[in-house]
Design a protein around this ligand. Structure first.
Ligand code: MN
Length: 511
């Protein structure tokens, strides 16, 4: 029968130890809420004694995020454990996670303790934690480099003292899958009482093996996997939970295990963690990278269009990505081009498709990747020939840190100049308001983004934005200029032109 693997997410503890990633309390709560939606089993919310901020975050998550176990980390000293309990006590499923090193390297050089002292400290810590909560996890830090006999002795003592989860970390990312699997198997067969507890592993990615090691451990008896979203963490990071989950699910034929995770929340979790920590996800990252479901080669694109499973082992919808991306570039054929346009809602005649394809090929020679926005511009300009009802004549902005941003704008319509001025929360907002005054439309800016077209200080800014009136349909506009405010104004005007044309809002358009 298929067995459950519990997921222990330490994005907020080990993940936050990533160089450069630091989160404030409200950001941690946001991530914890998302982790609860993702349905991980345990959230390690922080290391309460480490700082008042950490304590506050763990305690807020324990109070506010329900339906999930909340763990607080503690060394073996009682101050740590008491503090961890204070932080997690208001969770309805509170866990204390206490740890001490068991490797001789750490004992000798860092802790300066004998093996006997470590054993005693572990037992005392577990007992102290157990006096607060039934759910106690004990970790033998640097287990992968520990003497196996001694490690087993410590784990046995921790279980006898009341630990309900014993974690075996590869703290420094030293393990390799086959050997690590046998190591876990030995522990599972040798340690007295191990059948009463959950065996956990915590693998680091120093050699790029964290996920492989985690899975090898599962096959050999581990039932809790610790890891982080996007694999962030100390040094090269931890096992990426999304990869563990999707491997178990995709290769169900091989791994007879299941998790409780709602995989459709994976992508959203990844994006949230990436944006709040500022740690970008590499494009070729498994499962959640920008290119994870992108197909560039013409042969692959052709296969995907005929049948998705020809080149995709996972359905992107399963991880919460709405569609896979056929990357349109100069190698793409007419078939992929038409399919993408249809996906965007354009049904062109054969003639229109031909002329659009010619423009597309020309653009693809200059630009490596043609985006959906590029395609929309091609269609708007070349095929639909949307009339320029309004044209930007001039733009004047005053902005700064001590004044209210104000925009004065002149637009031409039917050869007539119309001028207006408006204030805003920022210069872009002021521009949008001034244009709205001229057009009499009350548009909402749905998105605004900028890309540098070229490198260097004189780079051209390419602003793409979307506006909406009813909150449903959005109209895309684009503007390019060395001045990003000028680019924004042009983009806004082009979106307005599309909106008025599609909705027939003006009768007197000069074509
Ligand atoms: Mn770690």
């Amino acid at each position: 029968m298929s067995q459950r693997v519990y997921l222990f997410d330490t994005t907020l503890r080990d993940g936050e130890q990533s160089p450069g990633a630091s989160l404030n309390v409200s950001e941690k709560i946001q991530i914890a809420r998302q982790l609860a939606k993702l349905k991980v089993d345990i959230i390690e919310a922080g290391f309460p004694i480490a700082s008042p901020g950490d304590f506050e975050a763990v305690s807020a998550i324990a109070r506010e995020v329900k339906g999930v176990t909340v763990a607080g980390l503690a060394r073996t000293n009682f101050e740590d454990i008491d503090r961890a309990w204070e932080a997690v006590r208001f969770s309805d499923q509170a866990r204390i996670h206490t740890f001490i090193s068991t490797s001789d390297i750490h004992l000798k050089h860092q802790l300066r303790l004998t093996r006997e002292q470590v054993l005693e400290a572990a037992v005392a810590a577990v007992k102290r934690a157990k006096s607060y909560t039934a759910d106690v996890e004990f970790s033998a830090m640097d287990a992968s480099r520990s003497d196996l006999e001694f490690l087993c002795q410590v784990l046995e003592a921790a279980i006898a003292a009341g630990a309900t989860v014993v974690n075996i970390p590869d703290t420094v990312g030293y393990a390799v899958p086959d050997e690590w699997g046998r190591f876990i198997q030995t522990i599972c067969s040798k340690v007295a009482g191990i059948e009463k507890v959950i065996v956990s592993i915590h693998c680091h990615n120093d050699l790029g093996l964290a996920v492989a090691n985690s899975l090898a451990a599962v096959i050999n008896g581990a039932r809790q996997v610790e890891g982080t979203i996007n694999g962030i963490g100390e040094r090269a990071g931890n096992a990426a939970l999304e990869e563990v989950v999707m491997t178990l699910r995709t290769r169900k034929d091989y791994f007879d295990y299941f998790t409780n995770v709602n995989t459709e929340e994976i992508y959203r979790s990844s994006r949230l963690v990436s944006s709040l920590t500022g740690m970008k996800v590499q494009a070729n990252k498994a499962v959640v990278g920008k290119n994870a479901f992108a197909h560039e080669s013409g042969i692959h694109q052709d296969g995907i269009i005929k049948e998705r499973t020809t080149y995709e082992i996972m359905n992107p919808a399963m991880v919460g990505i709405s569609k896979s991306n056929l990357v349109l570039g100069k190698l793409s054929g007419r078939h992929a081009f038409r399919q993408r346009l249809e996906g965007l809602g354009y049904n062109l005649s054969a003639d229109e498709l031909n002329s659009a394809f010619i423009v597309f090929k020309k653009l693809a020679d200059k630009k490596k990747e043609i985006t959906d926005d590029d395609l929309e511009v091609i269609i708007d300009e070349e095929i639909r020939r949307i009339p320029h009802t309004y044209a930007l004549e001039y733009l004047h902005i005053s902005s700064g840190t001590t004044i209210v941003p104000t925009a004065t704008i002149g637009l031409k319509r039917n050869g007539q100049l119309i001028e207006e001025a408006a204030c805003g929360n920022g210069p872009v907002d002021a521009i949008c308001r001034a244009i709205d005054k001229i057009t009499g439309l009350n548009c909402t800016l749905a998105t605004w983004g900028i890309n540098a077209v070229t490198a260097g200080k004189d780079a051209l800014g390419d602003v793409t934005l979307r506006i909406t009136i009813d909150g449903r349909k959005t109209y895309m506009g684009r503007g390019i200029s060395t001045d990003i405010l000028d680019a924004s104004a042009k983009a806004y005007v082009s979106a307005v032109n599309k909106l008025v044309w599609e909705n027939r809002l003006v009768e007197d358009i000069a074509k």
